[in-house]
Design a protein around this ligand. Structure first.
Ligand code: 26Q
Length: 754
């Protein structure tokens, strides 16, 4: 095999491997993997899934594809023999950051599982020229620059297929690009991404600004990090319609090509709508079907039978609603259809809360989805419960049969086999390789949970990963961290509901405790990775406060011996792959009821970290599986939180006034030391926000957070073996959180593919 592969790769290089440069080898591997993936394409029969999503946070693909093609080890070895390092070559690959966070990464994990399970399922989305902005810190503030990832030698390839899409009365040719998604010992599916040839990267000026009016040049230039102004919001509708119109044409063309008659669309296609960003596919499919001569009523039925909707959030501000005037401007061809759907919805329920177009003229995307798809799912058990009982209760009464839960999952190929090879190898030694395709087999590890030598080995792997992270941080950011300390990691988008500010208050408290002579049980390195939406002021203030605090601690040798804060710049998939295997304590501290699921929590667990978390999202299901000795739960539960919101009687100032520790920590934000390290504008705004608003109830959870975290630190410090066992049990119990399981459930209950 090795010899054959060697010859093959040298063939792609056009020279012997030891004479080729890293760039040449990278391109050769890319070409070879693409050709091998191509050979695994299969003819589709029966029902095929189209997972339509504004985001696919695919990350780098080289190692992933080599693993899935079964040649990673062989390639690594033969490169090593030629004096080259595969790890160095991987560094050359740019990361396509075509997603904001969880929702986009979930879509990418799902594609991997679909192909691994040999299910016919393609992605449909947009080929943004710049992914989520690149983040760097200057003077303690986040700066944003464009993140170009397209080089001309990419995994994503242009095709000859072009669809016409009419936006604001003008028709644009939309090109289809394809990415081969190859499963682990599976089949190859496609990620179909649409783009305009006329996009012009030259129109970007200072940072990430550009002329928002010039549609032909800007439409797919950026992935949207927020919707802070109207010009931006309209552009998002343009993007969404470009995606769904080209997507709908692709779907109909493929199905007809396979012998489908328009009446039978639902027998050929299942369309999964990933949150509300692709919801316009509903009126668009109805429009196209009626153009083909199908009656409106039948078209509505066909589309309902074909489409299903996933909800990923219960934050009111993230539920998309568009002023009718925006839609009139961008997609006048859809408005008559949306209006008819609204009329139809109103015949089903007189309740104003379930209308599609409200009295102020806003079009509610989620409402259209729920009325006109056959399945509505939440992404974790608690989330689905909350949708049924509160957020979408009126809809649940109307359509109880549509509601179902599909707890999220992650692909173990990327999040274990690729990012933590030594752990995967050790697991394989103990229980064989079956877990790679049947994640439940990880439970076999439980037989070793009390085996001292096994736990010892797992602790060594963790220690090595921590050293590797420390080296990486030093190379990347020039910071030195103590690998002997406990690594606590909070890595996720910066958002008030995720409560990085709670972690901040803990760190201030810990710092002040050290100053007053109370040393913690263990030194701790608190590592953060988080991007804030460019217009999200308070989120940026939180980053600022953490960076300032990091300096204040660094300047105090006594405290610095016990604690350190590191903010990883430009957190993305590649960074996650380095950070997650090195984590001891996984911070999942959102306000209960607000985090729909979380998927980072699953990645950390799978890599042997212990969770410190609230009873929120999938943390609840993690806690249920690992048991209370192997997770640190704190804080109010979702019932208490929802009750507090309902009563509307939360006053942060009462908590601030009555808890001296809390008051001391909050006031430290504007202490002379902090003001010397940071800027008053940001620090006092954050302090005011915490005392006078604190919409995400940070203060009521402060005490129990401090207590549980200090308990975790003591357990880590004083009982290494017990601590190792906790992490080990987490790995053993992670099987349920494989996206293979999630995809099987979607297929059995919603899609019925093939
Ligand atoms: C909406 C309107 C205008 C502009 C942007 C948006 C927008 C963009 C992205 C709204 C939401 C998102 C992303 C949401 C998201 O990532 N949700 C996460 O989904 C994960 C997968 O289900 C869950 O695990 C997380 O709990 C959830 O927060």
């Amino acid at each position: 095999m090795n010899k054959e592969l060697n010859a093959k790769l040298a063939g792609y290089c056009g020279k012997p491997i030891d004479e080729a440069s890293k760039e040449e080898i990278y391109l050769a591997l890319l070409a070879m993997a693409q050709e091998m993936s191509e050979q695994k394409k299969e003819k589709t029969t029966g029902r095929k899934l189209y997972y339509i999503s504004a985001e696919f946070l695919i990350g780098k693909l080289l190692s992933n594809n080599l693993i899935n093609l079964g040649i990673y080890e062989d390639v690594r070895e033969l490169l090593e023999k030629a004096g080259k390092s595969l790890a160095d070559i991987e560094e050359l690959e740019p990361e396509p950051s075509l997603g904001n966070g969880g929702l986009g990464r979930l879509a990418a994990c799902f594609l991997d599982s679909l192909a691994t399970l040999k299910l016919p399922g393609d992605g449909v989305g947009l080929r943004y020229h710049c992914g989520l902005f690149r983040q760097n810190f200057k003077d303690g503030l986040q700066n944003e620059t464009p993140d170009y990832w397209i080089t001309g030698n990419d995994w994503v390839k242009p095709t000859e297929t072009v669809y016409p899409v009419t936006l604001a009365g003008r028709t644009y040719p939309v090109r289809l690009y394809e990415l081969a998604v190859t499963g682990y010992e599976g089949r190859t599916n496609s990620l179909n991404l649409f783009d305009l040839d006329s996009i012009d990267e030259q129109i970007i000026t200072n940072g990430i600004h550009f002329d928002k009016a010039d549609i032909a040049k800007n439409l797919t230039l950026f992935l949207y990090p927020d919707d802070s102004d109207d010009a931006g919001r309209i552009l998002r509708i343009y993007q969404q319609y470009l995606m769904v119109s080209a997507g709908a044409q692709l779907i109909l063309e493929e199905c007809v090509g396979r012998g489908c008659h328009y009446h039978d669309l639902a027998a050929y296609a299942a369309v999964q709508i990933n949150d509300t960003h692709p919801s316009l596919i509903i009126p668009e499919l109805i429009r196209l079907l009626t153009e083909k001569g199908i009656t409106f009523d039948e078209a509505v039925q066909i589309v309902t039978d074909t489409c299903a909707y996933t909800n990923h959030t219960i934050l009111a501000e993230a539920l998309e609603k568009w002023p009718r005037s925006f839609l009139e401007q961008v997609v006048p061809q859809l408005l008559p259809i949306i209006e008819k759907l609204d009329v139809l919805a109103r015949t089903r329920s007189k309740n104003a809360s379930t209308a599609i177009i409200d009295s102020k003229g806003y079009v509610h995307m989620a409402h259209m989805d729920i009325h006109f798809t056959h399945s509505v799912n939440g992404v974790a058990a608690l989330h689905t419960q909350i949708l049924k009982n509160s957020e979408l209760a009126d809809f649940y009464r109307l359509y109880p049969e549509k509601f179902n839960n599909k707890t999220n999952g992650i692909t173990f190929r990327r999040w274990l086999l690729a990012c933590n090879r030594s752990l995967a190898a050790e697991i394989e030694k103990l229980i064989g390789g079956g877990f790679k395709k049947d994640a439940d087999e990880l439970e076999k590890l439980l037989a070793f949970a009390d085996d001292a030598s096994v736990l010892e080995k797992f602790s060594e792997i963790k220690a090595d990963n921590k050293k590797a992270l420390a080296d990486w941080l030093y190379r990347k950011q020039g910071v030195k961290i103590n690998p002997e300390a406990m690594f606590s990691i909070q890595a996720k988008r910066l958002h008030e509901y995720k409560r990085q500010q709670l972690n901040l208050l803990f760190l201030i408290h810990q710092f002040l405790e050290i100053r007053s002579g109370h040393r913690p049980a263990t030194p701790i390195v608190s590592i953060f990775g988080a991007k804030a939406a460019p217009a999200y002021t308070i989120a940026k203030d939180i980053i600022h406060a953490l960076l300032a605090l990091s300096q204040v601690i660094g300047a105090d040798p006594e405290a610095a011996a016990y604690m350190q804060i590191v903010f990883v710049e430009n957190y993305n998939v590649a960074a996650a792959e380095k950070m997650i295997p090195a984590c001891d304590l996984s911070e999942q501290i959102s306000l209960a009821s607000k985090e729909a699921s979380g998927t980072g929590n699953m990645k950390f667990m799978l890599n042997g970290a212990v969770t410190l978390g609230t009873m929120d999202g999938a943390n609840v299901e993690i806690a249920q599986r690992v048991g209370s000795t192997n997770i640190y739960i704190f804080g109010q539960n979702s019932r208490q939180v929802i009750e507090r919101y309902r009563k509307n009687d939360y006053h942060a100032a009462d908590w601030y006034d009555s808890d001296p520790n809390l008051k001391r920590a909050i006031d430290f934000l504007i202490s002379p030391e902090m003001l010397a390290a940071g800027r008053e504008e940001h620090l006092s705004r954050l302090r005011n926000e915490l005392i006078h608003k604190d919409w995400f109830q940070t203060l009521p959870d402060f005490n129990s957070y401090v207590v549980r975290k200090q308990q975790a630190m003591a357990d880590y410090a004083y009982n290494k073996k017990e601590w190792a066992k906790k992490g080990f049990v987490n790995i053993a119990k992670a099987g349920f959180f494989s996206s293979d399981r999630t995809i099987r459930e979607y297929n059995e209950k919603i899609w019925h593919l093939g």
